[in-house]
Write a protein that binds this ligand. Structure first.
Ligand code: CUA
Length: 337
């Protein structure tokens, strides 16, 4: 019985390894490259893996050779050792590393220097890291949004990355490598999504308790759909006449919401500082709380009442609104399309 058990173990291990490797395919894996820079990183990765595999096999072979090789009986032992060690140091210690590492260094440097996609830049977007969400400004179109980075597909987009507090790191594995967001400095990263689609991103530098729930999504649209989206986003929030929505707006302006959130067209004249996400077109976003929750009425209610239960340590305080005020507030927020 123990023999059959022992035999089963390698099979189990192999299955587990294959299952784990299965996680490497598909979104948001860097091995499923969907943009210019990511494709180059991907190629470099496979070349390094191939060379690494050859070196590993070679070194393992030499190790086995050293273990099992017998000395030719006619050769004196010292002569034998001298001849072998000279060959090993010259070949394995100098020539082989030079042959492997110099071309690899050259290829890595070449890849690093050619990460920016050719072609005319579509636009520049500012991405500002906050604990624990992403502020996204479109300076050319004059509006601000959060956590969902909408870009036109098939064109390079330049991101200016900075931070409002601590160091974060912008990483959308299918589009490009990581780039840090550093206080007092703006870093630049150019991304391009070849096809329309959604590409998940993640803060890749530990930045506090909710680092893990500091996600973002890049939404690549056709140029026409992007232009239509940008035109809607640039508009201020629509004027309100419905009594329930007006009541909800009064709740918003009369509670703590307005100290941190802007609704363009509605919050001017109130002492608003944009320390939280711009909510002008909140209802047009797919998710809440940095891609933590789908943007539904129930999730929005839960987030407003007790955000600390959903993302402990985030900077949004809870609320003790009565049911009628909460319903009016939800109706108002859901009208911000
Ligand atoms: Cu922001 Cu980790």
């Amino acid at each position: 019985m123990p023999v059959s058990k022992r035999r089963r173990r390698p099979a189990l291990r192999l299955t587990a390894a294959l299952l784990a490797l299965g996680g490497c395919s598909g979104a948001p894996s860097a091995l499923d490259a969907q943009g210019y820079a990511a494709e180059r990183i991907n190629l470099l990765w496979w070349v390094m893996l191939a060379i690494g595999t050859v070196v590993f096999v070679l070194v393992t072979g030499l190790l086995l050779l050293a273990l099992f090789r017998r000395r030719d009986g006619n050769e004196p032992p010292q002569e034998h050792e001298r001849r072998l060690s000279g060959r090993m140091i010259g070949g394995g210690g100098v020539a082989l590393p030079l042959l492997v590492l110099v071309p690899l260094l050259g290829f890595t440097a070449f890849t690093g220097a050619t990460m920016t996609p050719p072609g005319e830049r579509a636009l520049t977007i500012e991405v500002i890291g906050h604990q624990f969400w992403w502020e996204i400004r479109y300076p050319e179109q004059g509006f601000t949004t959060a956590n969902e980075l909408v870009i036109p597909a098939g064109r390079p987009v330049e991101l200016r990355l900075s931070t409002a507090d601590v160091i974060h790191s912008f990483w959308v594995p299918q589009l490009n490598g990581k780039m840090d967001l550093i206080p007092g400095q703006a870093n630049t990263l150019t991304i391009q999504a070849d096809e329309p689609g959604e590409y998940r991103g993640q803060c890749a530098e530990f930045c506090g308790r909710q680092h893990a729930l500091m996600a973002l999504v890049v939404v690549a649209e056709t140029p026409e759909r992007f232009a239509a989206w940008a035109e809607t986003q640039a508009r201020p929030a629509a004027a309100i006449s419905d009594p329930l929505l007006r009541q909800g707006q009064q709740v918003f302006l009369g509670s703590a919401c307005v100290y941190c959130h802007v609704v363009r067209g509605h919050t001017e004249g109130n002492s608003t500082e944009a320390v939280g996400p711009d909510l002008t077109h909140l209802a047009s976003r797919r998710t809440l709380a940095a891609v933590t929750l789908p943007n539904t009425r129930g999730n929005l209610a839960g987030w407003i009442i007790d955000p600390q239960a959903i993302k402990p340590g985030n900077h949004m305080p809870g609320s003790d609104l009565d049911a009628a005020s909460l319903q009016a507030l939800l109706a108002y927020l859901e009208s911000l399309e």
